[in-house]
Structures are given as structure tokens and as C-alpha cells.
Design a protein around this ligand. Structure first.
Ligand SMILES: *Cc1c(COP(=O)(O)O)cnc(C)c1O
Length: 467
């Protein structure tokens, strides 16, 4: 298996090189040359496997034997040892139609841990095995940064710099990032919003000489390994459901921002998980809903919501979807992305919109509806959702009546992480100890202007350039 770019100008590369490259050197996103599939019989045979075993099976289809089996098993085992649920990702039945898969039992209480704990270990492995310099650069709306820092703090051979929008992440998210004292961690607090942070790092990654000189490595969902690690929980959720509940296929409702979480589901479906409906749930930043419903992909005014990790307008993984939507035609993807850059929007024909709606349905969930859903589910089922997970469940409420088959809604964060919103509806919760202890710790962060030059100047001092 080799990896190529959605823009067609990266010579096919192997698994580890793909992991290290992150964003394609032609500005495109990296995808596998051919998506491997798992037959229905083989999938059936995976029933009863642990999350780690399912992950091993899925990754083995992608790693080309570049990581010896025993090493891959150990990497996976180490990555989930810190999850507090014995199932790693427990599936909780809410009622006959709906189960919630909890992706938030990792060290930073958000679903980003599922992929990033593994990627941190994989970076350390590659640093050691290949003597590579690993300088990680990432932008975060809150959860990615905390999770990535937790996965590599204090690790030999790795430096990590994370940009977050100043004052626009939750208190707990900020503390999770900035109370880490290890010298290989640099937190930059940018005077702007998440899209500004993402644009700065995209520009730095697109500057091939800077990227090469400083060995920049990505942890954002532009990295295909992250997408792949997330695809595993779609397999696992399917396999965890009783036979009767999954017969004929299942549906997922997916809180998404950068199109990463939902794209992983799209990939799992292409690999053979019997998924009928993929419901894309957004908050009031609804570019993706407008894309699916109206065939217009166009960023509009940014809004701050109760689910800040989804406060995103420009979704980096959109291009991966576009690539498959356009029949893996890299020239056409390039032409459309150039048009998007020039005109600030893309529009799709009625025929195209019909095809998009065959792949995805989409619902944007307003702030009030989000809080209502949290209150409702607490009252009706005694189940406390965080605001991101509540967007997923609210979207299920609207989609579910029209669908047949069981729904799995992905719960992407622990409610304690977003207590600001939960308190608004008068629900009190007790913080897990790993969160409450953060409040007494000193913070480390550097304020920086909203510009690529300002960020680059700090990176030049922080990163190592040779091994
Ligand atoms: C990142 C995040 C999302 C959205 O994931 P994408 O990969 O951007 O689609 C949803 N919920 C939470 C809690 C997150 O941290």
C-alpha cells in the first residue's frame, strides 16, 4: 500500500513517510492509493475482539509491514493503557434506537485522545527507530492541543508547539495545555480565532523549505494516521452491538468541525462497515450543513458556541471527501480548490447535491437546542452529555425518525470538560480528580500576534534542527 495526494503531485510514499509528511507537499491531503476493504465474513469474525485488537487488524491493512507486528501491538497497547474504561471506548445503550459510544475516557477527556495517544507513541517510535527529528506543530480549538501535549510531553527527541486562540478555549482545556511544565512543550496563545491558528500552521506546512528545515510534523487531522485511528471506532461500535441491533446496517451521528471525525466514518464505510446513514452534526458554525443541504461550501461569520471544539469554518478534511466525491480525480480536485481559493466559495450542481446527500445528511444545532438536549437527556435517561456530544444527539433526534436501524451517536468529550455550558442549565457535576487538580497548577504560555511571521520567529528558537 502506498499513499498519494488529493492533488496528484506527490510520488507514492510508504506508511511512515506518509505519517511524517502530514500535509502533502503539493498542498493536497494524503490518502491511500487504494482503500483496503474488509469482507462481511472477516468483519463478522472480528466480533468480540477488544478495541486494541480491532485497531491492530485495521492498521495492519495500512502499514505495509513497515512496523513489525510485535511493535505495532505494543504501540497500540501502550496508547490505551491510560484509558479509564476497560472497554477503552464503552458503548452505552440509551434506548432501543440509540446507543452512545463514549470516546472520552483518555487522559484529556476528549475523543482526540483516541488518535493522538497512538500518534504520540508512533512519533517516539519513529524518532528512535529512524533517528528522525520530530518537531510537532499544531493548531487547536482546545482538545487537540491538550491531547497532543499529553501524548508527547517529556518524550525524548520530540518538541511540540501548539497554537490556540487566546480566550476562546474552555478553562479546563487551557489548563490541560498550559500547566504542563516539560521543556519540550511550547504553548502559543494567538490573538485570533481557531481558523487564524489553522491558517498560520497550514501556511507554515505549505512552505516546503521551512517545513523541511525544521522537520515539521502534524498532529491535526490533516494527518491521515489520525483519520485512520478514528475509523477504528466505527468498526468497534458496529462489532459491540448485539447481532439483532446491527443486522442490516447501522447509522452514526457524528459531532464534527474539521470534517475529521465524520470523514473517518466515511472511510470506515468504504472499508466495509455496514453504515447506512452518516449524520453530520455541527453547531451554529454550519458551513458543512450548508454544503450538504444547499451545495454551497462557503465560510460565513464565525460564532462562539457552547461547543468550542467545533467552532470551525474551514474544514481541512473537506478536501479528502471532495477527492472521493470527484472519483479520485486529482486534477479536478486541484481545479476546484484553486477556485475556492480565488472565489472564497464552491458551488455544486443539483445532481451533485443529490449525490452528496446520498453520502451524508447534516444538521446544525443551535445553542439553545444544544442546552435543551443536555437537559432532556439528563432528565429522561439520567445521562449527562457534554455540549459537543449533545449536538450529535440532537442531530440524531432530527434524523432518527426518518431512519431505520440502530443509531450510534458519538460522545466526543466528558461533560466536566465543558462545565461552563452545563452550569448554565443548573446542573452541578463533580470534577474527576484529573481535572480538579489542574486548578492549582502554575501555567506556561506565550502570547503571540496573529501572523505567520510572529509564530515562525518563535519556532526558530524552540525547534531542534538536527538529531
Ligand atoms: C475536535 C472535536 C470535535 C470535532 O472533530 P473534527 O475532527 O474536527 O470533526 C467534536 N467534539 C469534540 C469534543 C472535539 O474535541
Amino acid at each position: 500500500m502506498k499513499y498519494i495526494s488529493t492533488r496528484g503531485k506527490v510520488a507514492p510514499i510508504g506508511f511512515i513517510d506518509m505519517f511524517l509528511m502530514g500535509l502533502g507537499e503539493d498542498g493536497g491531503l494524503i490518502v491511500p492509493e487504494k482503500i483496503p476493504t474488509v469482507s462481511a465474513e472477516r468483519l463478522q469474525a472480528w466480533s468480540g475482539l477488544s478495541f486494541q485488537e480491532v485497531m491492530f487488524n485495521v492498521f495492519s491493512l495500512y502499514t505495509n509491514g513497515e512496523i513489525p507486528e510485535a511493535d505495532l501491538r505494543k504501540l497500540i497497547g501502550d496508547s490505551y493503557a491510560g484509558f479509564t474504561s476497560p472497554d477503552v471506548l464503552p458503548l452505552t445503550k440509551i434506548d432501543d434506537g440509540l446507543s452512545v459510544m463514549e470516546l472520552f475516557h483518555g487522559p484529556t477527556f476528549a475523543f482526540k485522545d483516541v488518535a493522538l495517544q497512538f500518534m504520540g507513541n508512533l512519533y517516539a517510535y519513529v524518532a528512535k527507530e529512524r533517528g528522525e527529528v520530530i518537531n510537532i506543530l499544531g493548531a487547536t480549538s482546545g482538545d487537540t492541543g491538550a491531547s497532543a501535549i499529553s501524548s508527547v510531553r517529556g518524550k525524548e527527541g520530540i518538541q511540540i508547539c501548539i497554537l490556540h486562540p487566546d480566550g476562546k478555549v474552555s478553562r479546563v482545556q487551557e489548563l490541560q495545555m498550559t500547566t504542563v511544565q516539560d521543556d519540550n512543550v511550547l504553548n502559543l496563545s494567538v490573538n485570533g480565532n481557531f481558523d487564524d491558528c489553522q491558517r498560520i500552521i497550514k501556511d507554515l506546512f505549505a512552505d516546503v523549505s521551512f517545513k523541511t528545515k525544521y522537520h515539521l510534523r502534524a498532529i491535526n487531522s490533516i494527518n491521515f494516521v489520525r483519520i485512520l485511528a478514528q475509523a477504528v471506532y466505527y468498526f468497534y461500535a458496529y462489532l459491540k452491538l448485539p447481532e439483532a441491533a446491527r443486522a442490516g446496517g447501522i447509522n452514526f451521528s457524528v459531532p464534527t468541525g474539521n470534517f475529521g471525525n465524520i470523514f473517518s466514518g466515511y472511510l470506515a464505510k468504504k472499508m466495509g462497515v455496514p453504515i447506512k446513514q452518516l449524520v453530520l452534526a455541527t453547531n451554529e458554525n454550519n458551513i458543512l450543513e450548508r454544503f450538504v443541504r444547499e451545495g454551497v461550501y462557503k465560510p460565513e461569520g464565525f460564532r462562539s458556541t457552547h461547543s468550542p471544539s467545533m467552532d470551525i469554518q474551514i474544514a481541512s478534511n473537506f478536501e479528502r471527501y471532495l477527492y472521493y466525491f470527484l472519483g479520485e480525480d486529482a486534477a479536478e480536485v486541484t481545479a476546484r480548490m484553486d477556485r475556492f481559493k480565488a472565489e472564497g466559495q464552491l458551488t455544486f450542481t443539483a445532481e451533485e447535491v443529490a449525490r452528496i446527500q446520498g453520502d451524508l445528511s447534516a444538521y446544525s444545532v443551535g445553542n439553545e437546542e444544544c442546552l435543551e438536549t443536555i437537559r432532556d437527556y439528563k432528565g429522561k435517561y439520567g445521562y449527562l452529555l457534554d455540549p459537543h456530544s449533545a449536538c450529535g444527539v440532537a442531530a440524531y433526534e432530527r434524523a432518527g425518525s426518518k431512519a431505520d436501524g440502530t443509531f450510534v451517536s458519538l460522545a466526543t468529550a466528558h461533560p466536566a470538560k465543558f462545565d461552563e455550558a452545563i452550569r448554565l442549565i443548573g446542573i452541578e457535576q463533580k470534577y474527576p480528580e484529573r481535572i480538579s487538580e489542574l486548578f492549582d497548577k502554575p501555567q506556561r504560555q506565550t502570547a503571540v500576534d496573529n501572523s505567520r511571521e510572529a509564530v515562525a520567529a518563535l519556532l526558530v528558537d524552540f525547534y531542534r534542527v538536527d538529531s
